[in-house]
Design a protein around this ligand. Structure first.
Ligand code: ARG
Length: 587
């Protein structure tokens, strides 16, 4: 099934050719959602930019397009309005037929892309010598959501975590492991080193208290880089400890388990080649002992061109060299056609620079797209970067536990008010699902590029663009089926759909737009568009439900309206699942 928008675009393109000749076959019909539902559902703005080229007033152009436009199976007769817009209003019959088609379609009318690509999403990529903190929230949530959406659209998605698993921060941990757990290095059994956080804290304590230990830690880095076997083993054990403790958090957050951990160390062996290749291409320059590539469009305060260092004066490589190796690998070995980096906006320059070098070196060819999908900061209620009381970045675990605890308090209060008795198991489950969903939704519903204020009260509000509001809308749909003893699955493909009321028509149109929204997110990588769509859906559903009796109406309206409830439920469930959010049957 083709989306309504696609069908209309196609028809407009035909009309353009019929009216003005084959030269106009490639013209974008500029089809958008109508600015005001009074004028219709869609509008084409193509006549305005064509005016100059055709040397005719836009209204006259619009008129000629409309004369050739055959949309009778979809729309009421098109109208030319204002300076030359073409307004299109869907017919009730079209809406009824299309809804029936999606009712039995598990993809709800979203056709898989005709151009499936291998896509790499680089997330959540933490630096693993440390505990996960608030800074890791956004890459995990956004990366997971984008992966789910692109996969659903039909792409072959590789989730690759470019973990910072190499370098100086490991010295302290390796030295501590060797000192406190020497058995770990001699037995083949895995030792229980506790969780990463207590291990890290103990190591840090040791490091801060003892100069001699500091020196040992520094030595450990040198040995690690020199490939000393025992040090490498200690490093591996620390990495495993980190990965395991990260997995606990990903599981709690419901992040897809399909993440492949391919850290910076993976590229170590390739780094000399990368520099050699850049040397051979004549792209690298020696500068005070270091090797650099000079970039276009990047200058320092004095206006001098800015170099990207690819090899330090001591011979060592850096973050940029590793990313260049990853770029080459992702194109040449992984055969990715699109590589997406949901990484904080603070790294915009870094990515613009390595992408530029990647293109100059010929690794990023014209058929491959590398995109940095930047995001803003998570702020505290004071508008400053979110910090714990002791002034450090808040631990991610604490942030999530806090959300669950807050939800639990709210829930217990509400149960008391409603005089409801629920089992401990129900309360635990609901508090976890709602708490985690609230954190994720609060993040995803913001424009990705903006900073946002992290507030439990706001994200847990029952009204507004929040997870609880959305989850409630779903619960309400399920309540209808319970109340009427209706099994939505049994409504059948032969159920007739009849749309009469304004609110019914509005809901129906919205239900048919899921594929349009997903195709927008596929392009611009902004999950807030999907949140907004679902929020509007809940709103339209509520209006419909207030205005149109469902269980109490007569057949055939009753079944038709039940189908609308069912489709709303399915769309909410699918849409939320693409955000990485689970629904509850009751809450
Ligand atoms: N580890 C980095 C950090 O925590 C993020 C890595 C992002 N991905 C990349 N390929 N550079 O800042």
């Amino acid at each position: 099934m083709k989306s309504t928008q696609e069908q209309l675009k196609h028809k407009l393109q035909h009309a353009l050719v019929a009216a003005f000749g084959p030269d106009y076959a490639e013209v974008d019909p500029i089809l958008v959602n109508a600015s005001n539902p009074k004028f219709g559902d869609y509008q084409s703005n193509v006549s305005l930019p064509l005016s100059k080229q055709l040397k005719q007033p836009p209204r006259a152009i619009a008129q000629q397009i409309v004369e050739k436009l055959d949309v009778a199976d979809i729309c009421q007769p098109p109208e030319v309005a204002g300076p030359g817009f073409i307004n299109l209003k869907l017919t009730t019959q079209y809406l009824e037929t299309e809804l029936r088609k999606i009712q039995t379609d598990p993809r709800l009318g979203v056709t898989p892309t005709k151009n499936p690509q291998r896509v790499i999403i680089d997330y959540p990529s933490p630096n693993i010598a440390k505990e996960m903190h608030v800074g890791h929230l956004r890459p995990a949530v956004i990366g997971d959501c984008l992966s789910r959406i692109l996969e659903f659209v039909g792409h072959d998605v590789l989730r690759i975590s470019h973990v910072g698993d190499w370098g100086t921060p490991f010295g302290m941990l390796i030295a501590y492991l060797e000192e406190a757990y020497p058995q770990a290095l001699t037995t083949t059994n895995t030792l229980d080193l506790g969780d990463l956080s207590s291990f890290y804290r103990q190591a840090k304590k040791r490091f801060d208290a003892d100069e001699e230990f500091k020196e040992i830690a520094r030595q450990a880095v040198v040995k690690l880089q020199a490939g000393d076997e025992k040090t490498l083993l200690a490093w591996k054990i620390v990495c495993q400890l980190s990965s395991r403790s990260y997995q606990v958090i990903y599981d709690l957050m419901g992040i897809s388990p399909q993440i492949i951990e391919r850290g910076e160390s993976f590229y170590n062996a390739l780094l000399p080649e990368i520099v050699e290749e850049l040397d051979k291409l004549g792209l690298s320059v020696e500068n005070q002992g270091a090797k650099c590539v000079f970039l276009e469009g990047f200058t320092n305060r004095e206006g001098e061109p800015l170099p990207l260092i690819i090899q330090k004066s001591g011979g060592g490589y850096n973050y940029a060299t590793t990313d260049l190796a990853a770029i080459r690998y992702r194109v040449q070995v992984d055969k990715a056609k699109r590589v997406i980096y949901p990484v904080d906006a603070g790294q915009s320059n870094h990515f613009a620079q390595v992408f530029q070098v990647g293109r100059k070196a010929g690794w990023i060819t014209d058929d491959v797209e590398f995109v940095h999908a930047p995001f803003g900061l998570v702020l505290g209620e004071d508008g400053q970067k979110l910090k714990s009381r002791s002034g450090e970045a808040v631990r991610l675990q604490d942030l999530l536990d806090g959300a669950i605890a807050h939800t639990r308090t709210d829930l217990e209060k509400r149960l008391k008010e409603e005089g409801r008795e629920e089992t401990e198991e129900f309360i635990n489950q609901a508090a976890q699902v709602v708490g985690i969903s609230a954190v994720k939704y609060a993040d995803l519903s913001q424009n990705r590029t903006s900073n946002y204020i992290f507030s439990y009260d706001k994200m847990l509000a029952l009204k507004g663009n929040t997870a609880p509001y959305m989850l409630y809308a779903y619960v309400r749909t399920q309540g209808i089926s319970r109340e009427g003893h209706i099994d939505f699955e049994q409504l059948g493909a032969d159920a007739k759909i009849l749309l009469q009321e304004e609110t019914e028509l509005a809901l129906a149109k919205h239900l048919l737009q899921l594929d349009e929204v997903l195709s927008d997110v596929e392009q611009d990588l902004l999950p807030n568009r999907l949140c907004e769509y679902l929020y509007q859906l809940s709103d339209k559903f509520n209006k419909f439900y207030e205005n149109c009796p469902v269980l109490k109406s007569e057949e055939p309206m009753r079944t038709s309206r039940l189908v609308l409830c069912d489709l709303t439920a399915k769309t909410l469930r699918l849409g939320l699942s693409l955000l990485g959010i689970k629904v509850l049957e009751r809450m």
